[in-house]
Design a protein around this ligand. Structure first.
Ligand code: ADP
Ligand code: MG
Length: 862
């Protein structure tokens, strides 16, 4: 026999397979059965049990309703989906209260501020793959961003991985789960992305299109740019359905959808993003130490999110880039205005997410206050920008922004200046806003005052000095008189309760005031709730205008931040050109120049032209080759997000893709140290680079033996040089000096090396890139620098000499090997010799065992 509630639970649970069901029971959210075990483990809470019938118990784990957010966070972060079941409707006198799922929380659909990263979008993506084409849509329900694209090409899987690598969604819903899982296993899709299977029929063109029609209340999708992009429609429609299912609320914050093409942006594959440490470091995955860590000087979270988007999406459009650069330059040149603006922006909250919360109907009083304060700052910001001496388009357009005076006025009139955190505590609506509310408040206040006066008044009237007025939950207000004074109690007092040494009384009048007070409280809550909802509704109606302001302020913040960082770090405005020479004068690595304390950073030039397209950089280990390579790539990338660059001068022709490939050993930290990965990535580069790409190859070929490595590296450079589709700007760092010979054979290859000076047997790194190939590898000098014991160093020098002689006179090979092995033989354990002499196939098992014993004694020291 199961209880009716158990039945109710099981019915709901069945509708949400694979989801943890949090079942509201009074002041707790309970979980049962397997869910309970999971919750207990993940959230580190006690697992108990609960009777569900005569003699049956099930596992139970519960969390208090007021702290549920933290537990949801833990579960979602651990990769679970959580369905929240609330009591709905009135509690019936008999029987069970109705319960239903009000929301399903998944990684891509969280809205709780405590579960979100402020400076980062939380995207949900939907993906469908269809042969050589794919549809991809993504949305951030906390900001209202919603976009879709269609990918096509021979290597559509790779395009998908690149785009998902850029977006880094928290969750991807897809009808092609197996495919996505495989890419995750192969490492081409980030492991942290939660993958959710979603029915294929949700992606059907008709179903998906209808979902979009219904949501946007339109009869055609062409206005959004969907024409000719059926897969984009399918992905976007499925995404909407999934959101509708999990949110079970209006999705009005997704007020529009944008279609885009990945071809508008510079393509950066996962390896390149990682190697260049754009948004996180290789080692610790932290923003600090990445390019974003240096460039993100924004003061608002929405500005921070925007800058991150810019950084992951460099542009290919000269005009757009120059518009950004114009705005950055305007702030660069006007420090007073920039400083003032940044001060003002600090008063601006996360208007983007606040607006979205308003639209979703979940904005709390302080969220509305945030909207008001943010908007109140706008006119001042507009005035400030207007008096700036700049005709940058991004700045001029700010003047036409609607300051939403109506919203500001409404909020100022409706809400108190310092509202409580939650609506239910009352005191949110400002006196004077609603006459009805004021009346109730006044009469409640009067009643309270009457009760407050009662004590003094009755003491005087009865002469009982110790008479008290009190309140408790059971009897409400009462008059308390000590036993000693009960004879002086007036006639109209009605005795209600007897205590050890006092009596408690009520009077009809007191009860009247009491009910006035209590009723007023209820009415107040009710009325405040209704007024609040109306205000929310009105603000929500202005959400489009608010969102426009939010976006404009985010842009302003990002522009001003780039200017601030540029000034602080002495950057210059790059001159962007469609084609031509790439020229960097005195360029620096934006991160190393800041984080390195031991020695001053040495700037270096870089120059690529038609004639000099491929630069081979040689030099000893630790000389600065890798740093130089990355610095060139980062400067180009910074220019193409509209940032100033760390150099004295830079001319950057727009680059369509940047590829960076790091020889296997350097990448151990990323957990992918295999030579195979290195080669797969190199193959990929050779297949996808164009004449407008920038290739950064750092010790490619190192992951295998020397001769293999040299041969592969050689062939790769040759291929880039000779293939008509390639011959693009290429930086190739290598410690194989053999490669310097390429410049003699291939007209567009040039040699450079990192200069070193020798000082009394020591090597000093000059950090300067100079023309010509390095003639020595200096490896032993580096070993010496690193503190290897003297005997090891001198022995290494000896061996090196032997080897070099051998290379010149091949006959000496045997001698060199012997020389190298000699020290090993000298210290060899006699057990080894015995072992080598054994004829295993001629031994009986018994003999083998006794030999083993012998060997063991021989091998163990004494
Ligand atoms: P390589 O790739 O040649 O082995 P790296 O590029 O890794 O050398 O550089 C080694 C170290 O030298 C870096 O970690 C950095 O601290 C320092 N370094 C590199 N380039 C410069 C420079 N231009 N100025 C100052 N220090 C530099
Ligand atoms: Mg290196």
């Amino acid at each position: 026999m199961t209880t009716p509630m158990r039945k109710q639970y099981l019915r709901i649970k069945k509708q949400y397979p694979g989801t943890i069901v949090l079942f509201r029971l009074g002041d707790f959210y309970e979980t049962f059965d397997e869910d309970a075990k999971t919750v207990a483990r993940v959230c580190d809470i006690v697992l108990t049990s609960r009777p569900v019938g005569k003699d049956q118990r099930v596992p139970l784990a519960g969390v208090p309703y007021h702290s549920v957010e933290g537990y949801i966070a833990k579960l979602v972060q651990a990769g679970y989906k959580v369905a929240i079941v609330e009591q709905v409707g009135e509690v019936p006198a008999r029987g069970l209260v109705d319960r239903e799922v009000v929301r399903v929380v998944t990684p891509g659909t969280v809205v709780e501020p405590s579960l979100l990263e402020e400076r980062r979008n939380n995207y949900l993506a939907a993906l469908i793959v269809d042969g050589k084409r794919a549809g991809l849509a993504y949305a951030d329900i906390t900001t209202g961003e919603f976009a879709a694209t269609q990918l096509a090409g021979g290597d559509v899987i790779q395009l998908i991985c690149e785009e998902l690598g850029r977006l880094r969604p928290a969750e991807v819903v897809t009808c092609d789960l197996e495919l996505a899982k495989r890419e995750q296993q192969r490492g081409s899709l980030a492991e942290e992305i939660a993958l959710t299977a979603y029915d294929r029929w949700r992606f059907d063109l008709d179903t998906a299109r209808q979902a979009l029609y219904d949501h946007f209340e339109v009869a055609s999708l062409d206005g959004f740019g969907f024409a000719g992009l059926p897969l984009a429609v399918q992905a976007a429609g499925a995404l909407l359905q999934y959101l509708a299912e999990t949110q079970r609320a209006r999705l009005a914050q997704l007020s529009s959808v944008r279609t885009y093409s990945t071809e508008q942006y510079m393509t950066l594959d996962a390896a390149t993003r990682r190697n260049l440490e754009l948004t996180e470091t290789l080692r610790r995955g932290s923003v600090q130490g990445s390019l974003l860590g240096v460039l993100d000087g924004t003061v608002t979270s929405m500005g921070g999110r925007l800058l991150r988007r810019w950084l992951t999406q460099p542009l290919l459009d000269l005009a757009r880039l120059n518009r950004r650069l114009d705005a950055v330059q305007a702030f660069y040149g006007d420090t007073p205005a920039r400083t003032r603006l940044r001060d003002l922006l600090k008063a601006v909250g996360d208007l983007e997410r606040l607006t979205s919360r308003v639209v979703q109907g979940i904005a709390r009083p302080r969220d509305l206050l945030g909207v008001r304060q943010s908007m109140e700052t706008l006119p001042e910001i507009q005035a400030l920008i207007a008096q700036m001496d700049s005709d940058a388009e991004a700045l001029r357009s700010l003047g036409s922004l609607d300051p939403c005076q109506d919203v500001v006025t409404l909020l100022a009139q409706a809400l108190v200046d310092d509202p409580p955190a939650v609506l239910s505590s009352g005191g949110v609506i400002r006196p004077g806003f609603s006459a009805e509310l004021d009346n109730i408040l006044a009469s409640s206040r009067d009643a309270k005052a009457w009760v407050a006066n009662l004590e003094g008044q009755e003491r005087k009237r009865t002469g009982i000095k110790s008479l008290k007025v009190g309140y408790n939950k059971v009897f409400g207000y009462y008059l308390e008189v000590t036993k000693a004074n009960t004879d002086r109690v007036p006639e109209e007092y009605i005795r209600k309760q007897t205590l050890v040494n006092a009596e408690r009384y009520i009077t009809p009048e007191l009860k009247e005031y009491e009910s006035l007070i209590l009723n007023a409280q209820e009415q107040l809550q009710d009325l405040e709730g209704r007024i609040y909802a109306q205000v929310l509704e009105q603000v929500s109606a202005a959400s489009g205008r608010l969102a426009a302001v939010a976006q404009a302020l985010a842009r302003l913040d990002a522009h001003a931040a780039l200017a601030e960082v540029a000034l602080m770090n002495r950057y210059v405005r790059p001159s962007l050109v469609e084609d031509g020479e790439l020229r960097i004068v005195a360029g620096r690595h934006p991160v190393v120049e800041i984080t390195q304390r031991e020695e001053p950073f040495v700037p270096n030039d870089a120059r690529f032209s038609q004639e000099e397209a491929i630069l081979i950089i040689t030099g000893p280990n630790m000389a600065g080759k890798s740093t130089y390579l990355r610095q060139v790539a980062l400067i180009v990338l910074m220019a193409q997000i509209g940032s100033f660059v760390p150099a004295d001068e830079a001319q950057i022709p727009l680059v369509d893709r940047i590829f960076t490939r790091i020889g296997a050993q350097d990448e151990i930290s990323a957990g992918q140290s295999t030579f195979m990965v290195e080669m797969v990535e190199t193959a990929n580069l050779l297949n996808h680079a164009t004449v407008r790409s920038l290739l950064v190859l750092d010790e490619v070929g190192r992951g295998t033996s020397t001769y293999d490595g040299i041969s592969i590296a050689w062939a790769v450079v040759e291929h880039i040089h000779n293939h008509p589709r390639l011959r693009c700007k290429t930086l190739f760092a290598t410690h194989y000096h053999e490669l310097t010979q390429l410049s003699e054979l291939l007209p567009h290859v040039r040699n450079y090396n990192v200069a070193v000076a020798e000082e009394k047997d020591r090597v000093v790194f000059l950090r300067r890139i100079v023309p010509g190939g390095a003639d020595q590898s200096y490896g032993i000098h580096v070993a010496q620098l690193a503190g290897l014991p003297k005997p090891v160093i001198s022995r290494a020098e000896e061996i090196l000499q032997e080897l070099e002689q051998e290379a010149r006179a091949p006959g000496a090979a045997r001698r060199a090997v012997q020389v190298r092995q000699l020290p090993l033989f000298a210290t060899r354990n006699p057990a080894l010799d015995m072992l080598l002499e054994l004829d295993v196939s001629a031994m009986t098992p018994l003999e083998a065992i006794s030999k083993l014993y012998e060997l063991k004694t021989l091998a163990s020291p004494d």
